[in-house]
Ligand binder design. Structure first.
Ligand code: SF4
Length: 305
């Protein structure tokens, strides 16, 4: 069996920054450091930080007054920031700068009187945070079918935004559908789907059709990981999402000569090494479609004692 490794894969700059923020907070502030929601959508990352003293909570109400709380990479709505300030919490914001960019666009588009159509997945934390910037002016569209039912105040004043981890091809179809319905549609100056999402999808596209089976390392609540599985299947290749080697079923490997392997942006790179070790391939070939050099600086609050 041969393994084809997609590259880039695994951690992106926003995830590395968010994890480092929690690590720095644990180092400088002492325990406990609370984290609102999963810092990134990966169970191994969360379990690792929990072992080191991070306490993950769903809501700020679970954080004692005055305690340190880290906001996750997916961002929060302004209402959450207000609640944190009212409760005197010591906030360290690990929102990915590329999510912050989308929040700024939401505020700008809403301020000029547009209806803001956010293309994304209902219930995802990033979507909840972005919608919270202008809740009265923002509507969510998940699929092309949702466009028909859209009710906007002025069809000449409609803008769109995208969740950062959407499938590039599917999002393009939805934006085309929006433009058909609202010819004056305006959008962001640069892509909302982030470089890491795009690069991981491009890298997988480069190997998907050559593989008999695609394995994507990532957790089930990781949007960009799930999109990778769907993308491989759209290329006609059976694909599975695995948290780690223990999820691999022997039956998947029957008759498989080439395994395509990748990992979502929140999955630790070491998990890929473990999968390769378990598969015991006769050869491993890495296909590199892009080099990533982006790094984000840490907020100064993360280093403050
Ligand atoms: Fe930021 Fe993109 Fe990574 Fe999300 S996937 S944390 S938006 S770089």
């Amino acid at each position: 069996m041969k393994v084809l490794l997609a590259s880039p894969r695994s951690f992106c700059a926003g995830v590395e920054r968010a994890i480092e923020i929690v690590e720095q907070a644990l180092h400088h502030r002492g325990h406990p450091v609370y984290v609102r929601k999963q810092i990134v959508h990966n169970k191994h990352v969360v379990a690792g930080l929990e072992k080191r003293g991070a306490v993950f909570v769903d809501e700020l109400a679970e954080v004692p007054e005055g305690a340190t709380v880290v906001f996750s990479a997916h961002g929060v709505s302004p209402a959450v920031r207000v609640e944190a300030a009212e409760r005197g919490l010591d906030v360290i914001d690990a929102t990915c700068p590329l999510v912050t960019k989308v929040h700024a666009e939401a505020r700008r588009f809403a301020a000029r009187g547009d209806t803001v159509v956010l293309v994304g997945h209902a219930g995802h934390e990033e979507v909840e945070g972005t919608m919270g910037e202008a809740p009265d002016r923002t509507v969510l569209v998940e699929t092309l079918a949702d466009i028909e039912d859209l009710d906007v105040t002025d069809p000449a004043k409609v803008s769109y935004l995208l969740q950062t981890t959407l499938a590039v091809d599917e999002a393009a179809d939805v934006v085309a559908g929006l433009r058909e319905r609202f010819p004056a549609l305006r959008g962001p100056a640069s892509d909302d789907i982030c470089y890491a999402t795009t690069n991981r999808q491009d890298a997988l596209t480069a190997i998907a059709e050559e593989a008999d089976l695609v394995l994507v390392v990532g957790s089930a609540n990781s949007s960009n990981s799930v999109r990778l599985v769907e993308l491989a299947r759209r290329h006609g290749t059976p694909a599975h999402l695995i948290d780690d080697v223990r999820d691999i079923e022997q039956s998947w490997l029957s008759g498989v000569r080439t395994v395509g392997l990748t990992a979502g942006a929140s999955a630790p790179p070491g998990l890929i090494d473990e999968v390769v070790a378990v598969l015991e391939p006769s050869s491993v070939e890495e296909r590199v479609t892009a080099r990533e050099t982006i790094r984000f600086t840490l907020p100064s609050a993360a280093r403050r004692p």
